[in-house]
Design a binder for this molecule. Structure first.
Ligand code: PGA
Length: 255
């Protein structure tokens, strides 16, 4: 069975100027009229976090960062610490996104240090894992993901205090998604592995080309505890369509 309370998270990546916060406000207005069980999170670029937190005040939307440094502070030009995100009003942070792993050469060990930093700062980390196309073709998808799970989750994590996002790299921004049973298999394996080490209670999100038209089907899969959404989180209407796909009282559009 799916956990009753899902996390539906939007990752704006390197998109968004101050004017884009109109989408956040529009989403908040729409959600205020639709009671929902679920937790809604938007992760804008760092420049918008403070203003997004103010715009989301008194609404059901939480604000998160897209990455953090492992240290509290210091000579790390261009980086942002978990404590800084917390200070700006963020509650969550994505760590180990495949774009960080790919373009910034982040290793599992780096990701684990960032996730531990998030916990230290009082943030909920969303730790991303996922295989490349090449790894899947070679029959190494499950092995890759289980190794990432083992290496990227630090001992500091507590059940209920973090989420894992399974994002097959080949599904991100491509419009392609795995078959339902591929998602089910991977989420089953991740949930089992995470529960064995940390106990029950961690949400396992699916990410990669989630959109309003496939959200209900994906969110109904066993052990899918929510979604991490890139492109389709940029527009309030699209993200709302995804939120309405989650099982629960706000699933009216797809019921
Ligand atoms: P996408 O991105 O929804 O645009 O495929 C997902 C992600 O990278 O988190």
């Amino acid at each position: 069975m799916n956990a009753p309370r899902m996390l539906l998270a939007g990752n704006w990546k390197m998109n968004g100027l101050r004017a884009s916060l109109a989408e956040l406000r529009a989403l908040a207005r729409a959600l205020s009229e639709e009671p929902s069980l679920h937790q809604i999170l938007i992760c804008p670029p760092s420049t918008l976090i403070g203003e997004a937190v103010r715009a989301a005040e008194g609404t059901r939307i939480a604000i998160g960062g897209q990455d953090c440094h492992a240290e509290v502070s210091g000579a790390f030009t261009g980086d942002v610490s978990a404590e800084m995100l917390r200070d700006a009003g963020a509650t969550h942070v994505i760590v180990g996104h495949s774009e960080r792993r790919q373009y910034h050469a982040e290793t599992d060990r780096d990701v684990a240090a960032k996730a531990a930093a998030a916990v230290r700062a009082g943030l909920t980390p969303i730790v991303c894992v996922g295989e490349t196309d090449e790894e899947r073709m070679a029959g190494r998808a499950a092995r890759t993901v289980s190794d990432q799970i083992d290496g990227s989750l630090p001992d500091a994590l507590k059940a209920g205090g973090f989420a894992v996002a399974y994002e097959p790299v080949w599904a991100i921004g491509t419009g392609k998604t795995p078959a339902i049973d591929q998602i089910a298999d991977m989420h089953g394996m991740i949930a089992e592995r995470v529960e064995a080490r940390f106990g029950a209670g961690a949400l396992v999100l699916y990410g990669g080309s989630v959109k309003p038209s496939n959200a209900a089907e994906i969110l109904a899969i066993d052990n899918v505890g929510g979604a991490l959404v890139g492109g389709a989180s940029l527009k309030a209407g699209d993200f709302l369509g995804i939120i309405r796909g989650a099982p629960g009282p706000n699933a009216r559009a797809t019921a």
